[in-house]
Design a protein around this ligand. Sequence first.
Ligand code: ZN
Ligand code: ZN
Length: 268
Amino acid sequence: MVGMRLFDSHCHLDDRAFDPDIDAVIARARDAGVASLMVVGIDDKSSQKAVRIAQSDNGIFASVGVHPHDSKECSDAILNQLRDLSEHPKVKAWGEIGLDYNRMFSPKAIQEKWFERQLEIALDLDLPVILHERDTRGRLMEILSSCGLPGKDAVVHCFSGTAKELTAYIDADFYIGVTGILTLIDRGSDLRSMIPMVSKERLLVETDAPYLTPYPEKKHTRRNEPAFVKSVLLTLAQVRKEDPKDLADAVWENTCRLYRIVRREPSP
Ligand SMILES: [Zn+2]
Ligand SMILES: [Zn+2]
């Protein structure tokens, strides 16, 4: 299993949980073969911090956006700031944006308003979109369709929907982000039965760190970190009955294609 090159396509290294030891966390990721990672913004402050972190390291990239949980704090002024911030060369996507009808930290109408507004901006800027969806029973896809998203560059991160929703995402040619939920015995069983439906060219792996620690790391630590994305990849290979190294290469290519990252290969 030498030479697996991994990309954590979605993590929150800007989270306060990493303030005490972010350099050690990044070093452990490198040691585990995680050559690149995407730090995903959830509001104005976190997007700014994500860009600062990305600036400090070649293999780290950032996205900007306002999460559905935080949409009640969103405003046109904040989106204008994020629009300016998105011109930074390390910003490779808009997100995470979407709808979350599970936690309901913001009312539905407010979530939908700012989701649509941000989709328009992302399309206008021609940036790939990072989508968050929880329990919307098809409403997310309805809005995506009305905004012309199918066929555009987008990832449904931490996919946790139904087979019907997955089919709609596949038809829309979206990428599917797989988290450590896949590794959990009970919570992951639906996901394990559905994930073989996704073509190898549309799979991404992610930690969503500091949340969703995969097995077996979950036995020892509560906080997730980018190094643990390797456990997600290994489980994904096992579930799909694919060679881990081949799958890791494909997932790496997928992530670079989605985020339009061109990295020079070291000469042989
Ligand atoms: Zn999310
Ligand atoms: Zn996230």
